[in-house]
Ligand binder design. Structure first.
Ligand code: SF4
Length: 74
């Protein structure tokens, strides 16, 4: 799973930071920052998914998986 944080939408509620503090540290003004690689490992997915679902302004979204070249098996 790959995620994106749109900081222009973030209102700084800090809910994501409570669910996944290592991934969503807050800056000096209380707005979330996406830390690390946007591609998550499976251990991170439950907490980050909770953050995504609970963000009141939908600032956290998933990115589509990379397209595979046509004709290749998944
Ligand atoms: S939950 Fe959403 S609005 Fe709140 S700090 Fe995180 S990204 Fe920003």
């Amino acid at each position: 799973m790959k995620i994106k944080l749109d900081r222009t939408r973030c209102d700084g509620f800090g809910i994501c930071a409570r669910h996944a503090p290592d991934r969503f540290p807050l800056d000096d003004w209380g707005y979330a920052v996406l830390a690390g690689d946007p591609t998550l490992d499976s251990a991170e997915e439950p907490a980050v998914t909770r953050a995504l679902l609970d963000c009141p302004v939908h600032a956290i979204t998933t990115l589509p998986e990379q397209e595979r070249p046509s004709g290749t098996a998944p």
